[in-house]
Design a binder for this molecule. Structure first.
Ligand code: UT7
Length: 324
């Protein structure tokens, strides 16, 4: 059987930091409100000439370096983004070209904040089927470009960034949940809730890019329930329990959601990787950004069981269990 094994990871945050204090000069908000309600202290904002492909390329190059794998070995790029450089072509193909890759396939997936989980599941299934051997899975976003900077209920929450991992197909005899690789991914969506978190523009409707709109309190309520459901499913599918999980790497939307979820599933705070204070909600980039931080500071080690989850517009939500 084939397993998709993680070989390396990398991330990138734009240089410019926007603090809560600076935001308080732009809209009617305060550092105190933002920290208390969300845990966010600052977010990174892409430079004017910096696009999603630039962020994604930097994260991808760092992931390849970490993996010790040449770009020429990559035959699949799956990029999760809701903020592509252009409506088409797929931003993944721009990154593919910049990495000098002229074989294989590259495409974007659109599941907003759940994008990285969807992209990883997609790559995992292609690798397991034998169709591709080495995949770059990237989450990259420039949400600063779709925010309404006069809407205090949303503009304080999001930021820009990118993260990537390299997955490689490996043959495993009689695989168990102790072997390395993606053990399970669980994907869900329910389009009935599309109007609770969306962008009010698009090529086919307004011919504009539009701005992000969110009914925050409603999304919050769904998030905690949906995330817990996804985690239960992933554990059930693998026969593992919450006590087997070494590290919980959740989507970084709101500290209160992370705390409530960890409590609901019975995970101690020490196992939760939290980076939301440093970069806010970076949508599809948030899971790999947190993952890379915990890899770099030595928390996540080879062989550790990592539980990831996310929830976002659509609604979409999902989880993944990876033996790193
Ligand atoms: O990644 C995709 C998933 N997204 C999420 O998971 C986001 C989920 N939602 C949330 O994180 C939270 O609902 C928010 C952080 C968006 C809002 O927190 P909340 O505790 O649900 O606050 P609220 O929306 O109930 O608003 C409370 C009050 C309101 O005032 P009134 O009506 O009580 O007078 C808001 O107008 O806070 C006000 N408010 C603000 N005040 C200062 C809303 N935004 C701000 C702000 N600064 N930036």
């Amino acid at each position: 059987m084939i397993r998709s094994v993680a070989k390396g990871a990398g991330s990138y945050l734009p240089e410019r930091i926007l603090t809560n204090g600076e935001l308080a000069k732009m809209v009617d908000t305060s550092d105190e409100w933002i920290q208390e309600r969300t845990g966010i202290r600052q977010r990174h904002i892409a430079a004017e000439n910096e696009k999603t492909s630039d962020l994604g390329e930097k994260a991808a190059r760092r992931a390849l370096k970490d993996a010790g794998i040449e770009a020429s070995e990559v035959d699949l790029i799956v990029l999760a983004t809701a903020t592509p450089d252009r409506t088409f072509p797929a931003t993944a193909t721009r990154i593919q070209a910049r990495l000098g890759i002229t074989h294989g396939a590259a495409f974007d997936v659109q599941a907003v904040c759940t994008g990285f989980i969807y992209a990883m599941a997609t790559a995992d299934n292609f690798l397991k089927s034998g169709q591709f051997k080495t995949a770059l899975v990237i989450g990259a976003e420039t949400f600063s470009r779709i925010l309404d900077w006069e809407d205090r209920t949303t503009c304080v929450l999001f930021g820009d960034g990118a993260g990537a991992i390299v997955l490689q197909a490996e043959e495993v005899e009689n695989p168990s949940n102790q072997d390395r690789g993606v053990l399970d991914s669980y994907l869900r969506s329910d389009g009935r809730h599309g109007d609770l978190l969306y962008v009010d523009g698009g090529p086919s409707s307004t011919q504009t890019v539009g701005h992000l709109r969110m009914a925050g309190r409603e999304v919050f309520k769904h998030a905690v329930v949906n995330i817990a459901e996804a985690i239960e499913k992933s554990l059930e599918h693998t026969g593992l329990t919450i006590d087997d999980v070494d590290w919980f790497v959740p989507h970084q939307a709101n500290q209160r959601i992370l705390t409530a979820t960890a409590r609901r599933i019975g995970l101690p705070d020490e196992k939760v990787v939290t980076t939301v204070s440093k970069h806010g909600n970076t949508s599809a980039a948030s899971v790999p950004l947190a993952l890379v931080e915990a890899l770099r500071d030595g928390r996540i080690k080879k062989g550790d069981l990592v539980l990831m989850e996310a929830m976002g517009g659509g609604f979409t939500w999902g989880s993944a269990l990876v033996r790193w």
